[in-house]
Structures are given as structure tokens and as C-alpha cells.
Design a protein. Structure first.
Length: 501
């Protein structure tokens, strides 16, 4: 390529190196670091973040972008060069719109907010968190003004995680499947006694859980020559390069689900990152394109594969070898039903496939409400509980199990939640497209073969990294934009069958 383009790539890859070094420090902090290391680590992370931010928002980046753009003029939209310039220009615009003083204030307020939230949740005391949350909401609204939007301030916020997505579109998608979700869940819970998950709540040795889970995700195709699994309090996936993508897991020795499905989930994220084209390595295009698309990958492996009947017809005998006493007299079919039990629960991260999106809809309505000034922070707990009652038919017995449960708001993350639900919708749309190309996939899964599906994902989604936005990618892959029909039809089919509706 041209001289200026090469200079741009070299400049960006140095920034990328700083960011990835920060990721290593962050991973170490959650996996290995003794508590005494916290202060120094916070300083080291903030130094790296500051250097990276300064290098990226420097005029040098703008100049190189302009020069390289001229040099690559006329190259096809989907070429690596045109894509890199297009995506980085948007990143640059976004990051230079927030003044340094604002970023510093936001960082300070949210850093302090974490402890306030932890305390409020532990004491079930929303009033304690309220003034801090009011300050955060003010800052978030300010960010929306700096970033700019057409119709709704929330557009600016969601755009940071799902480029091009708007509040109106999310509302349309959510309203499009909420009534069918609500009626599916009430039909299912009328027959709650048809499925028992007692078998999952027994003593399950953590080392055995780990061995089985790792065996499964390796068979999915998580490449352990370029990956690793460790233990942390909050499970996550982190990327240092496409050839070093790590996951973490949390084990509960009395409950089989969190570690097993958590490993499948994080491995789904990791296989996306491992599958990014080698030609994008070291550039800002190496990585998943949006949180929604990322979540589509984790949810596909966790739910569509990992919670499918076919998968367990094959995998259950292996699981039984690991836990012969716990699973004595249990057959694959009843195990399959147990892991798919639907419950009107209060906690999002423990929610089943059927109720999950309703948890997100509650948060979306509240976030758009406070950002537009239609809902006061002071009223959030009541607004939360009202919605829970109308969508899920239950009222959280405490704010700790309600409005205070998630860490996101204390970190100033508003506009993030919808991507979880969008990921669920995309997972089914992509999977259905893969089935059209390869109708043999379900039979292969039932024989413990996953490579046709993984290669299809590599080919159609992973390799492109951030080249295309979520919507561009979804249109290329499925011929249409994100929609909820496939998802709701999948849920109605699956749970209608399990509950004999
Ligand atoms: Zn995830």
C-alpha cells in the first residue's frame, strides 16, 4: 500500500499495543493479582489509557487519516484499506468529541460510584445510591450532547456499542416481540411443574466441572494453542491478539449451570476473536464489530448449541462419566429439560432464554426514560418494580434483587443493555442462515461435530472483524436487518415442546 497508509497503520498498531498491554494488566488484576496490588495497578492502567488516548486523539492521527484517505481513494468499500479508514475516522470523531475535562470528571465520578453502589446493594438501600446515580445520569446526558444525535439523546449512547442503532429501532424491535414473550412465559409457568431442575442443584466438584466444560469448549473449536481458561469472580473473555484470546470462569460447587454454560458463553466470544482474519491483526479492525454481534456468538454456543436436545443426546453420557452419583437414574431428556427450566426470576444474569429479553426491556425503558427526563432517578425503584410485575408477573422483594442488581449504571454504562437482547435475536438469525447453507448442522451437533457451524461463522462473520457495522454484516449474511421473528419462533417452538403446550 501507499506510504501514508502504511504510516497510519504503524501509528495505529502502536496504540493498539498500548491498549492490549492494558488488557493484560486488567486480566491479571482479576485473575492473579494479590489485593495489595490494587493501587499501583489502577495507576498503571490509567497511565496506559492516558497514553493511548493522547496518541489516538492527536492531530497526527487526523492528518494521517486524511493523507491515507487520499492515497486510497477509489478502493472498494469492503477492501481492508477503505474499511480501516472508514472505521477509524468514526472512532476518531467519537473520541475527540468528548472534552478531556469531561472524561476526567466522568472517570472520577464512576470510580467513586462503584463503592457507593456496592454498599447500597449490600444494604438494600437505593436512597444511598440515588445522589450518585443522579450525578451519573447528568454526565451521561452531557455525553449524549457532546456526541450528538438526531432524534433521541439515547441514540448517541447506544451508538457507542452498536454503531448505527437507534432508540426508535430498538423500541420497534422490542415492542415487536414483547407481547408474544409475555404470553409464552405465562403459558409456560402455568405448567411449571412439568420441568424440575433439582438435579442441577447438588454437590458438583469444581475440578470435575472444569474438566468437562473444557472438554466441551475444545470440541466446539476453542483453540487452546491460542487460548486459556482461568478463574475469576466475574467471568469474561479478553483478547491480547487473535492468537491469544483468554476466558475466565466462576465455579459454584453446588450448582452445575454457571460454570458449564458460562464457559460455553465465553468460548463463543473467544472463537469470534480467534476467527478474525489474520490480515487484520494489530489493526483497530481486529476484534468483534459490536457488542450485539459479539453476544450473538456467545449466545449461539451457549444456548442454541449448548442448551439443545441434540447436543445433550450426545454429551450427556460424557457428563455422566464425570458425575456418576449425581446423575444416577437421570436420562438425557430430563436433563435437557432441567437445563431449560423457565422461571420468573429477578436476576438478569441467571435468567433463562425465554425470560431474558424481558429483563433487558425493563432496563431499556428506564434508561431512555431517565435520559430524556421522563423518569426521575428518585422513581427508578418503583418504575422498575411496576414493569417487572406487568412483564414477568412478579415484584422483586428488595431493591438489591431489583434496581440495584447490575454494576452497569454505577460505571456510567447506559445504552449498553439493549445489545444483550439484540445479540439473542441475531444469534437465531445467523444460525437459521447457517442451517439454510448446511441443513446437516443439527445432526452433526447430535454427533458431537461442530466444525461445519464454526467454519460457517469464521467465513461469514468472524473473519471481517470490525470491517462492517452490525447492520451491514447482518444484511450481508442473512439478506435482511435485525428482526425478532426468528427469535420468538425459536423460543415458542423450543419451550412449547419442552412444556407440552
Ligand atoms: Zn457475553
Amino acid at each position: 500500500m501507499g506510504e501514508k497508509y502504511d504510516q497510519l497503520v504503524a501509528h495505529l498498531s502502536e496504540i493498539e499495543d498500548l491498549d492490549r498491554a492494558g488488557s493484560i494488566l486488567g486480566w491479571d488484576q482479576q485473575v492473579n493479582m494479590p489485593p495489595g496490588g490494587a493501587m499501583a495497578r489502577a495507576r498503571q492502567l490509567s497511565t496506559l489509557a492516558k497514553l493511548s488516548h493522547e496518541m489516538f486523539t492527536d492531530d497526527k492521527t487526523a492528518k494521517l487519516l486524511d493523507d491515507a484517505e487520499r492515497e486510497t481513494d477509489g478502493m472498494p468499500y469492503d477492501s481492508n484499506e477503505a474499511s480501516l479508514i472508514r472505521v477509524v475516522k468514526e472512532d476518531y470523531a467519537e473520541r475527540t468529541r468528548l472534552p478531556a475535562a469531561y472524561v476526567a470528571e466522568f472517570t472520577r465520578v464512576t470510580a467513586e460510584a462503584h463503592e457507593v453502589w456496592v454498599h447500597a446493594r449490600a444494604n438494600n438501600d437505593f436512597a444511598h445510591f440515588r445522589p450518585t446515580l443522579e450525578r451519573i445520569v447528568d454526565l451521561v446526558i452531557q455525553a449524549a450532547e457532546y456526541l450528538g444525535y438526531k432524534d433521541h439523546p439515547y441514540d448517541a449512547l447506544i451508538n457507542r456499542f452498536e454503531r448505527g442503532m437507534t432508540t426508535a429501532r430498538v423500541k420497534e424491535i422490542f415492542d415487536g416481540h414483547k407481547p408474544r414473550l409475555v404470553s409464552l412465559i405465562s403459558a409456560v409457568t402455568e405448567h411449571a411443574e412439568r420441568v424440575s431442575d433439582a438435579v442441577l442443584h447438588q454437590d458438583y466438584n469444581a475440578d470435575q466441572q472444569r474438566a468437562f466444560g473444557l472438554d466441551m469448549v475444545k470440541r466446539f473449536g476453542y483453540d487452546m494453542q491460542r487460548g486459556q481458561q482461568s478463574v475469576s469472580v466475574h467471568p469474561f473473555c479478553t483478547t491480547f491478539s487473535r492468537d491469544d484470546v483468554r476466558i475466565t470462569t466462576r465455579f459454584d460447587s453446588k450448582w452445575l449451570n454457571p460454570a458449564l454454560f458460562g464457559m460455553m458463553h465465553e468460548a463463543g466470544h473467544a472463537m469470534y476473536e480467534q476467527g478474525v482474519g489474520a490480515f487484520l491483526e494489530g489493526t483497530p479492525l481486529a476484534g468483534g464489530t459490536s457488542l450485539g454481534v459479539h453476544e450473538s456468538q456467545s449466545r449461539m454456543w451457549e444456548n442454541i448449541v449448548g442448551r439443545s436436545r441434540g447436543f445433550w443426546m450426545w454429551a450427556f453420557p460424557f457428563l455422566k462419566q464425570y458425575f456418576p452419583t449425581q446423575l444416577e437414574g437421570v436420562d438425557a431428556e430430563s436433563f435437557y429439560k432441567a437445563i431449560n427450566k423457565v422461571e420468573r426470576s429477578f436476576i438478569r444474569v441467571e435468567a433463562d432464554e425465554a425470560t431474558y429479553n424481558l429483563h433487558i426491556m425493563v432496563r431499556f425503558e428506564l434508561e431512555t426514560g431517565v435520559v430524556s427526563g421522563k423518569i426521575e432517578v428518585a422513581d427508578l425503584a418503583r418504575e422498575w418494580n411496576d414493569r417487572f410485575e406487568s412483564y414477568l408477573g412478579v415484584v422483586p422483594p428488595s431493591d438489591a434483587l431489583g434496581v440495584l442488581q447490575d454494576v452497569h449504571w454505577s460505571s456510567g454504562l447506559m445504552g449498553y443493555f439493549p445489545t444483550y437482547a439484540l445479540g439473542n435475536l441475531l444469534s437465531v438469525q445467523y444460525y437459521n442462515r447457517a442451517l439454510k447453507d448446511h441443513p446437516s448442522i443439527p445432526d452433526e451437533i447430535a454427533q458431537g461435530k461442530f466444525d461445519t457451524l464454526l467454519h460457517w461463522l469464521n467465513e461469514n462473520i468472524h473473519q471481517y472483524g470490525r470491517k462492517f457495522t452490525s447492520d451491514e454484516l447482518t444484511r450481508r449474511v442473512t439478506g435482511e436487518s435485525i428482526q425478532s421473528n426468528d427469535f420468538i419462533a425459536y423460543l415458542e417452538g423450543k419451550f412449547g415442546d419442552i412444556y407440552g403446550l
